[in-house]
Design a protein around this ligand. Structure first.
Ligand code: CUA
Length: 333
């Protein structure tokens, strides 16, 4: 949050630094006076006959000073606070269609781009240099969307949408996280916001809007043999190629379809993350592990071994089905 890349983030950061400096000065003053009182009191005690320092009670002038002083200081700080609140949370057009709808789930993020009819999960893309209107919702409990470099924190409630403007002038990947305790995997509800130049963002969005075409070159399941062998008991074939076309059938014939969606297929459930173009994402499980074939295979076999508490059940798939399913999901980039 000390390195903001948006106008909204900058006013919050500036206000924080101002209050930190003033608070630091007040702290130094109070600690300094306390040490002075201890030191001067002890010296006087040594000189007094009774062995105690001079007993003082009540000093109207000082009492007024230390009541009025902080009150005036707090009233003065209210002014920049109010200005920062206005600047970090400009009036939003709540009737218009938002650019992005973010839905918090236990424990992942759903991103909808209503104007392009695109749904994705866990990695949000947005164009640089543009104010993006984001609508925040929750599918279950209370979550909180916070990407410190991009702007303010905002709660997400099940029945009450909130709105937020996000902006970044610098293309990069920004990290954040859920900032409201929402259950056992709250800490692994990480946010990744990928800010791209407008043309790259447009290309990404129009690609996402097209259903994936499976059947190009057969994807190689570059699984780490150790990781997958341990889970599947398969011998030397783990690095063999999976067949994404056959994997599509494995996907559609299993209960994957009860929770997930992949555009262009009959799988359209909205309980779990949308898996369209999963292969193009860099992490799995909302940031818990890198997205690669070995981790995806481990995730399918036993997601709870990677992210305890996750709602996805473990799958008993034979090694061939697993390889093909992984190839199908990873082939969609
Ligand atoms: Cu979602 Cu904490």
């Amino acid at each position: 949050m000390f390195n903001p890349v948006s106008p909204q983030g900058k006013v919050i950061s500036d206000l924080f630094i101002l209050i930190l400096v003033i608070g630091g000065l007040v702290f130094a003053l109070v600690v300094g006076l306390t040490f002075y009182a201890v030191w001067s009191g002890r010296r006087r005690a040594r000189n007094a006959e009774s062995g105690e320092p001079e007993q003082v009670s009540g000093n109207l002038k000082w009492e007024i000073a230390w009541t009025v002083g902080p009150a005036v200081l707090l009233a003065a700080l209210f002014v920049p606070t109010l200005l920062a609140m206005n600047a970090s949370d400009p009036n939003k057009e709540q009737n218009g269609e938002p650019d992005i709808i973010v839905v918090g789930h236990q424990w992942w993020w759903e991103y909808r781009y209503p104007k392009a009819n695109v749904v994705t999960a866990n990695e949000m893309h947005m164009p640089a240099g543009k104010q993006v209107l984001v609508k925040l919702e929750s599918a279950d409990v209370q979550h909180d969307f916070w990407v410190p470099q991009l702007g303010r924190k905002m709660d997400m409630y099940p029945d009450h949408p909130n709105y937020l403007y996000l902006q970044s002038d610098v293309p990069s990947t920004y990290l954040g996280g859920c900032a409201e305790y929402c259950g056992v995997e709250h800490a692994w509800m990480l946010l990744r916001v990928i800010v791209q130049p407008q043309n790259e963002f447009d290309a990404w969005l129009s690609h996402q809007a097209q259903p994936p075409v499976i059947g190009g070159p057969v994807a190689q399941v570059a699984a780490s043999p150790v990781a997958v062998t341990a889970q599947t008991g398969v011998g030397t074939q783990e690095a063999a190629a999976g067949d994404p076309k056959r994997g599509a059938q494995v996907y559609l014939n299993n209960t994957c379809v009860n929770c997930h969606a992949i555009s262009g297929t009959t799988s359209q459930a909205k309980v779990g993350p949308n898996l369209t173009y999963l292969g193009g994402r860099s992490v799995l499980g909302s940031g818990v592990v890198e997205n690669n074939s070995a981790n995806l295979a481990r995730w399918i076999l036993n997601a709870k071994s990677i992210k305890p508490g996750v709602l996805m059940p473990a799958y008993q798939l034979n090694p061939q089905d697993l390889r093909d399913l992984v190839a199908y999901l990873e082939a969609q980039k």
